[in-house]
Design a protein around this ligand. Structure first.
Ligand code: ATP
Ligand code: MG
Length: 390
């Protein structure tokens, strides 16, 4: 018996005239993710996208896991196909949803007919299938308002499908509909979550990481690439720009007041990120900053880092507590890697008493001692690009 996956579209169904574009993008993203699991047909009818295996060799479990991470999908269910006959539908539901029917206390049947020549109305079909299932599973009660289990029957052009309630999907909008952003990815907990949140809104996300070899180890850099790899099933193909940052940090240590070190360093990160973004047609930056979390994340500090940015800086976790960020990080699978104990370039040379309320004028004065443009250009010239694919 043929089994397939149904994807329920999220808020993109509200897109009016643009909706077709969102659907096309989501189907393209689905097809790219499905490639390694075999040959699948992907098509959309009435805000449901059907993922149909084309032969016996398809890995439906692999495909399911890939579709759970597809932005644009609010719910997904597995469905089984059967002939368009009322008793074939009952037999299919009994067998396919048997475990669920045995486990539930209450249920109802909901039918949809795309094929209007089917000899029963939707209501008649629901009543018939519901009656037969009730006979087969007499412990069940029928509850049309708040059933524990809803058995869905869809009569389509060539066959019928039976499935249970959808499971929760990744939500959001299809990646590729919202432009392109560059995310400052550290090895911490927050920035992978921030990157994921922006991609969820349909934005293509590239990454930039600053490393300070030999103060930070090659393993620390590998950890960041691992974090980016963990995000790929959600965000799709991405480019990680790996920036050598040692020279800048050494210059800052040599020439600038210690209590301004962190914020000066962050201004350099922003300048370099903006330069990379502009060179690559990228429209915004993303960081994992959250108000008040550390000294460099006060409003004053953010104003001082923004002052060198020519692009909007998106901070999706800005209002979230650490606990909320951790929860997402566990859900998306980055937490365990984030907490591996490798040093980040921010923790090298951290001042004992960083200024929490830096003044822009003090920073600008400190930077007088440096060849800012030259240091930025040198760092940009040393960038290594790592492409990560699905
Ligand atoms: P995270 O958990 O994301 O590391 P954090 O709480 O450690 O954040 P900071 O170290 O102050 O905070 O960094 C704030 C933000 O600056 C990070 O979320 C990230 O976007 C960016 N950032 C910090 N260090 C780096 C780095 N080495 N490379 C790229 N971006 C960085
Ligand atoms: Mg960090």
């Amino acid at each position: 018996m043929r089994e397939m996956i149904l994807l329920k579209q999220g808020e993109m169904v509200l897109k009016g005239l643009n909706r077709r574009g969102f659907e096309e993008k989501m189907m393209g993203n689905a097809k790219r993710r499905l490639k390694k699991y075999g040959s699948f047909k992907v098509y959309t009818r009435q805000s449901t996208t059907y993922v149909e295996p084309q032969d016996e060799n398809c890995d439906l479990e692999g495909a399911w896991q890939a579709m759970e991470k597809l932005f644009g999908v609010v719910g997904l269910s597995r469905a089984r196909a059967c002939p368009k006959d009322k008793d074939a539908i009952v037999a299919c539901a009994r067998e396919y949803l048997g475990d669920k029917l045995r486990a539930a206390k209450s249920f109802k049947v909901e039918s949809k007919r795309a094929d209007k020549s089917f000899p029963m109305t939707s209501i008649q079909l629901s009543q018939y299938v519901g009656g037969e299932l009730h006979d087969a599973f007499p412990h069940l009660t029928v509850d049309v308002h708040r059933p524990e289990l809803t058995v869905h029957v869809e009569v389509r052009d060539y066959e019928a499908f039976v499935h249970a309630d959808p499971e929760e999907g990744a939500g959001g909008l299809p990646v590729g509909m919202g432009g392109r952003a560059l995310s400052l990815l550290s090895g911490g907990i927050d920035s992978p979550v921030a990157s994921w949140m922006i991609a969820k809104r349909g934005v293509i996300v590239d990454m930039i990481h600053f490393y300070s070899y030999p103060y930070t180890s090659p393993e620390a850099k590998e950890k960041v690439l691992d974090l980016a790899r963990l995000l790929v099933p959600y965000i799709g193909k991405t480019c990680v720009h790996v920036v050598p940052f040692t020279r800048i940090q050494e210059e800052l240590r040599r020439s600038c007041p210690e209590e301004l070190f962190t914020i000066l360093m962050r201004r350099f990160m922003m300048r370099i990120a903006c330069a990379v973004a502009e060179k690559n047609g990228i429209q915004a930056l993303v960081t994992g900053e959250s108000v008040g979390q550390v000294a460099s994340q006060t409003l004053e500090a953010m104003a001082c880092t923004n002052a060198v940015c020519t692009l909007p800086v998106l901070r999706p976790v800005v209002g979230m507590d650490k606990e909320e960020i951790v929860r997402i990080s566990r859900k998306i699978g980055t937490f365990e890697t984030s907490i591996l104990p490798y040093e980040d370039c921010c923790t090298v040379f951290t001042p004992k008493h960083p200024k929490t309320r830096p003044q822009l004028a003090d920073l600008e004065e400190a930077e007088q001692a440096l060849d800012v443009d030259g240091l930025v250009a040198e760092a940009v010239a040393g960038i290594e690009r790592v492409m990560l694919e699905l």
